[in-house]
Design a protein around this ligand. Structure first.
Ligand code: BG6
Length: 294
């Protein structure tokens, strides 16, 4: 039911079920491909520019940003005082090699669990982290669990940084955020603004919405539905024309075929765990409408 394959320097778990397929890189526990019989194109965007080298973050799929989301300095004080300030943007989990704990085939789904072992947890030795993927013909579910094994509280931020595929960003929109406040990360002082109507893309977009990502993404040929739990922040990102030219592992025109909707715990929504407490961030993704290409 599953095999391990190598893509240049990286190992990937390949799932081939009669109703769906998936590919998860051990580096970053990163889901890079998910298809179903009914929706056979990759649901996720992955840049053709990726070189699949050890230690280089893969641009696409679902990078796990952990135990900090975004730039360390932009995090609230309790997060900053929980970790060394050398922690890189989006944390180190996306570069680390995860351990495959189990692959469990059930009647209509497969569950895959991965964790970071002690040797990989050097920058946050008192935390334990596990990710559980539940894959079925209906879609994919992800649960990211963090446990505090310290004797003192720890505050962390995180995101499931999903790159969704679209055939045309100009004809793509997101519903579900009307009237929500968001922090515009492209303004010098991270101004708070209010969303009027649907989210559309006409320029570089980098926003942290102050609500969970229970929303729908409308692309020219399919609509995705996202359901989340234990998240009260959602990042919406597209680098647009200029920024694309400077991004690693990304082609200049890749921005046309992707949008990130990131299920997060960021800013005020960072999570404080008391000793022995566990927090589980959950995302469920389905395709709710499909239109044949003309
Ligand atoms: C998003 C951030 O989550 O990730 C953006 O909001 C950032 O500011 C983007 O540019 C990509 O980050 P990275 O580190 O993968 O280039």
């Amino acid at each position: 039911m599953h095999t391990i394959t190598r893509i240049n320097e990286l190992d990937a778990i390949v799932i081939e079920h009669q109703d769906f397929t998936a590919r998860i890189l051990l580096q970053g526990a990163q889901l890079t491909e998910f298809t179903t019989t009914q929706h056979p194109e990759n649901w996720l965007f992955v840049s053709p520019a990726n070189t699949y080298e050890t230690g280089k973050a893969i641009r696409g799929g679902i990078p796990i940003c952990w135990p900090v989301f975004g730039a360390f300095d932009k995090n609230p004080e309790p997060v900053k005082s929980s970790f060394p300030k050398t922690l890189e943007q989006h944390g180190y989990a996306r570069h680390a090699i995860w351990t495959l704990e189990s692959v469990k085939p059930e009647k209509d789904h497969i569950s895959i669990a991965l964790s970071l072992d002690a040797a990989q947890l050097k920058q946050s030795p008192k935390l334990a982290v596990q990710v559980l993927f539940t894959l079925s013909e209906k879609g994919f579910d992800i649960a990211l669990s963090t446990t505090n094994n310290d004797t003192a509280p720890i505050t962390f931020s995180q995101a499931l940084h999903t790159y969704f595929a679209t055939s045309d960003i100009h004809q793509t929109s997101i519903t579900g955020f009307s009237d929500c406040d968001y922090v515009d990360a492209l303004t010098p002082h991270w101004e708070t603004k209010n969303q009027h109507g649907d989210i559309t893309f006409t320029e570089e977009t980098d926003r942290i919405y102050k609500t969970g990502s229970n929303c729908a993404i409308h692309t020219p040929n399919k609509d995705f539905e996202l359901r989340t739990s234990n998240s009260n922040s959602t990042v919406v990102w597209n680098p647009w024309i200029e920024k694309s030219k400077h991004l690693s592992q990304f082609n200049d025109d890749d921005y046309l075929n992707m949008l990130c909707v990131e299920t997060a715990n960021a800013l005020d929504d960072s999570i404080t765990l008391l000793p022995k407490q566990t927090h589980t961030l959950k995302l469920q993704t389905r395709i709710i409408k499909y239109r044949q290409k003309q």
